[in-house]
Design a protein. Structure first.
Length: 202
């Protein structure tokens, strides 16, 4: 999404790097159907006994049993379709019922304030969930010129993610076209719940 150079991730707490990696993983798979390498990487992941760890282990098992063509069709049915996909992964749609509404304008204003530039090659609106998750990862890692503090992260999260993304993830879990993406939705939902609680406690 951004047209700025990514900075080294040194000096960032390990738990924050893990947060950024989860946002980036979700962004990657929600923005494009996975490649063979992507599926192999998913299949190699290990979980633990936490709800998030169990969801990751479930995703790994599904990834090991599927192939690129099947997941590409799943992605198409979910997000592209004939005319439109089963789900519309845009903040404006979830918050207002329409595309290109005030939430998109608010996001663009915040992008300008935070120094986030849209790449010219990106055609989708900036309030696509993959783009917003990429932005959140960048705020954590310093991709946009500085590592933003928790107050800035919290404000961005509550305004542009917490207000709707959990609902989208629940819809992704339940979508009739979802198989691998249902597990990805579970990971996203649980992770966003953890983020919500953590930001509330800070």
């Amino acid at each position: 999404m951004a047209a700025v150079k990514e900075l080294p991730e040194s000096g960032i707490a390990e738990e924050d790097l893990l947060r950024a990696q989860l946002y980036q993983m979700l962004s990657h798979f929600l923005g494009n159907p996975p490649s063979e390498k992507d599926l192999a990487n998913l299949a190699a992941m290990n979980g633990d006994e936490s709800p998030l760890g169990e969801a990751i282990a479930s995703l790994a098992k599904i990834a090991a049993k599927t192939d690129v063509a099947l997941v590409a069709q799943e992605y198409h049915d979910l997000f592209i379709g004939v005319g439109r996909g089963e789900l519309l992964p845009y903040g404006s749609y979830y918050l207002t019922g329409f595309l290109h509404e005030k939430p998109l304008a608010n996001l663009r204003n915040d992008m300008t304030r935070l120094g986030i530039a849209r790449r010219e090659t990106v055609k989708i609106p900036e309030d696509h969930i993959a783009a917003i998750f990429e932005m959140m990862a960048g705020l954590i890692t310093g991709k946009y010129g500085t590592v933003f503090d928790l107050d800035e992260q919290r404000e961005f999260f509550h305004t542009h993610i917490g207000s709707w993304a959990s609902h989208f993830m629940s819809d992704l879990e339940a979508a009739k076209s979802s198989i691998l993406y249902a597990s990805l939705g579970t990971i996203g939902r649980i992770f966003l719940e953890i983020e919500e609680v953590a930001f509330t406690m800070e």
